[in-house]
Design a protein around this ligand. Structure first.
Ligand SMILES: NC(=O)c1ccc[n+]([C@@H]2O[C@H](COP(=O)([O-])OP(=O)(O)OC[C@H]3O[C@@H](n4cnc5c(N)ncnc54)[C@H](O)[C@@H]3O)[C@@H](O)[C@H]2O)c1
Length: 330
């Protein structure tokens, strides 16, 4: 029985969905959320659970060993989701990516090793495999990262492999597709475009908009994590994928449709970023064999998700006023 969960990055987008899910899935467990509260975090993301005495928010940096060790000492499950997560930022200044994603993961692993944590889930990404133009990667595919963000996530996995090999630590790795849902910071395509359209502003797409991504609901992802806590084989990596694949142009059109707008009038194109993977794709038979299913689709959820961003537009007002943030100025 899980008694005390430590979740890193729980005040961010995915972390907050994972926090909610595990709070309800393990009603007897304490939940300690470690989060540095970077620009991507918001205390409001935890509004539904933060007042409960079972939940504690520890504000601090995963790179601070003394800080994380104190909390990990009490945990029988550690879910490590904290990261610098936005690829575009990693083209600007990639050093925080290596610091948090590689060194921070190393710190978490070292604390787990010292305290003999019985279960560790490491949240990685499909981007560690790099671009996949056709077909899909299963978990045995080599890592081939193509940008500073994915390189730092692959670096974290390398440290983790060393720990797995030397100390046989009880770690399960998850590599997921793009995740969508409410509470995502509007640097990512769905919240950003929803808010721009809500404000009556045009959308800017990098390149020609033909880049493709798979989209998985945050709740489906949280359910997969629970299954892996209970049934995941130690030392294994599991892809968590979605059947829903769309180009950026299709995502823009889907969002315009929510506002009754014709994309021809609302989409503009800007120069692409230095390198923009055209497609990522996963085989996810391994987690399906454990009983996981994708239960939600973006087409069914998009109107509720867009409505949430419209209802919470004030929260992001500051960023929507910044041309730099909107990608309109260097
Ligand atoms: N968003 C996606 O589509 C996606 C897909 C696959 C995997 N992932 C992975 O899932 C995880 C969560 O991603 P997200 O989209 O929720 O990111 P996010 O940026 O919304 O949240 C990251 C959280 O980590 C915290 N954090 C950052 N640096 C920290 C540090 N040094 N110490 C403590 N906390 C720190 C932030 O404050 C924030 O709350 C990441 O590991 C990411 O690589 C994301």
């Amino acid at each position: 029985m899980v008694k005390h969960i430590v979740l890193t990055g729980g005040a961010g987008f995915i972390g907050s969905h994972v926090a909610e899910h595990f709070f309800h899935a393990y009603p007897q467990a304490q939940l300690t959320i470690i989060d540095k509260m970077t620009y991507a975090a918001d205390i409001d993301n935890l509004r539904s659970i933060i007042q409960d005495p079972r939940v504690r928010l520890a504000v601090g940096d995963i790179c601070d060993y003394a800080f994380v060790s104190r909390y990990i000492a009490e945990a029988d499950l550690v879910i490590h989701a904290a990261a610098e997560s936005h690829v575009d930022n990693s083209f600007g200044n990639s050093l925080p990516f290596t610091m948090t994603n590689v060194y921070g993961t190393h710190v978490i692993l070292e604390a787990c090793r010292l305290h003999k944590t019985p279960r560790i889930i490491h949240v990685s990404t499909d981007e560690v495999y790099g671009e996949v133009l056709e077909g899909a990667n299963d978990e045995s595919a080599p890592m081939n990262p193509t940008n500073p963000y994915s390189a730092s996530k692959a670096g974290a996995e390398m440290i983790l492999r060393g720990f797995l090999n030397c100390y046989r630590m009880p770690i399960v790795i998850v590599r997921a597709n793009n995740i969508f849902g409410i509470r995502q910071f509007p640097e990512k395509i769905i919240p950003k475009f929803s808010l721009l359209l809500h404000k009556g502003m045009k959308l800017t797409i990098h390149g020609d908009g033909s880049n493709r991504r798979h989209f998985l609901a945050a709740q489906d992802f949280a359910e997969a994590l629970q299954l892996l806590v209970e049934k995941g084989v130690i030392g294994e990596a599991y892809n968590i994928g979605s059947e829903d694949e769309f180009t950026n142009n299709e995502v823009a059109a889907m969002l315009c449709a929510q506002f009754g707008y014709d994309p021809k009038d609302w989409v503009t194109y800007v120069e692409d970023r230095p390198f923009n993977d055209r497609r990522y794709a996963l085989h996810f038979e391994k987690i399906k064999a454990l009983g996981w299913r994708q239960n939600r689709s973006i087409t069914n959820m998009i109107s509720d998700v867009v409505q949430w961003y419209r209802d919470h537009a004030d929260r992001y007002e500051y960023y929507l006023r910044s041309p730099e943030f909107l990608g309109l100025k260097k």
